[in-house]
Design a protein around this ligand. Sequence first.
Ligand SMILES: NC(=O)C1=CN([C@@H]2O[C@H](COP(=O)(O)OP(=O)(O)OC[C@H]3O[C@@H](n4cnc5c(N)ncnc54)[C@H](OP(=O)(O)O)[C@@H]3O)[C@@H](O)[C@H]2O)[C@@H](O)CC1
Ligand SMILES: Nc1ncnc2c1ncn2[C@@H]1O[C@H](COP(=O)(O)OP(=O)(O)O)[C@@H](O)[C@H]1O
Length: 288
Amino acid sequence: MENTGLITFEYVNTVIKERPKEIHKGQCGRVLIIAGSVGMAGAAVLAARGALKSGAGLVRIAAPEELFDILQTAVPQATCMSISEVISLRSAEIYKAIAIGPGMGVDEKNYFLIKEILREYDGPVVLDADGLNSLARFDENLENIRQRKSPTILTPHPGEADRLLAALGENSVKLLGRIKSAELLAEKTGAVVLLKGAGTLVTFKGNGTYINTTGNPGMATGGSGDVLTGVIAAIAASGVEAFSAVKAGAFIHGMAGDIAEERHGQWGMTSVDIEEALPAAFKKIVGK
Ligand SMILES: NC(=O)C1=CN([C@@H]2O[C@H](COP(=O)(O)OP(=O)(O)OC[C@H]3O[C@@H](n4cnc5c(N)ncnc54)[C@H](OP(=O)(O)O)[C@@H]3O)[C@@H](O)[C@H]2O)[C@@H](O)CC1
Ligand SMILES: Nc1ncnc2c1ncn2[C@@H]1O[C@H](COP(=O)(O)OP(=O)(O)O)[C@@H](O)[C@H]1O
């Protein structure tokens, strides 16, 4: 078992800092978000907004073309590209982080795209939702994650973690417990693992397991996790190394959830309220 600790304000304060005066958008992190499908455009919107409100300098969404009108209306700050263009994209190096999965759907075509990115791209990749589900279904022993040398970040909820554990021939989260499940996933894949839910866990083999101290039950609402994907991708794209970016992302996302709770209450708050509270959360951390 890894050493355990808490993710605290004091820690996050050392990770997220005031921006240098001369910085420009190209230096604030370009993020590619591969997300959304017909019927789940919202997941792409929430992830992109999560990234933009976490300081990403430029955000590009790769999605089916049918979604472009929705995406460009809901997130005018982001640019869009067709998901079919990503496959031929050898210029992925311009992105400082790539997030894959929210609302993407699970099929073999998506799996091949994910596989290609995991193989070709050498920056941090955040895998969430259907990105994880596609690998759990088609990637034997999660070999594509295991073989990766660059940072890979897995952000499953317990249902997604069960699918990943099953792909590794392991028991469910219920049987293993949350800490053991997260640590097993991290150990067997070499990835930074964030296991969602009350008391979100972040672990990385040999680097300890940390429990988040922010967040509340009002966050149990559709799309909250899609926002988190964008938050983590943006922090990683800013140059923060993966494990710290995930710990800081979990804390700030939970803090935004706590601000949304204060503003709207646990029953009425939605994932949009969490996303809209991100700037206030960052301001509390940075002081500006
Ligand atoms: N607006 C949009 O476009 C939105 C799009 N979205 C997109 O929808 C896609 C499908 O994602 P999804 O999470 O809804 O379905 P799925 O992976 O089958 O998970 C359900 C299973 O997991 C379990 N489970 C979940 N949380 C748990 C917990 N904390 N603790 C314990 N168990 C938990 C749960 O268990 P249960 O308790 O219900 O038996 C059930 O078995 C995905 O691409 C996502 O991005 C959504 O983000 C919504 C907004
Ligand atoms: N009871 C809770 N307490 C604290 N945080 C929670 C609670 N329930 C859910 N969350 C947080 O909300 C988010 C839900 O993510 P996820 O299950 O992926 O939802 P979605 O797929 O709808 O985006 C996670 O960050 C999770 O930690």
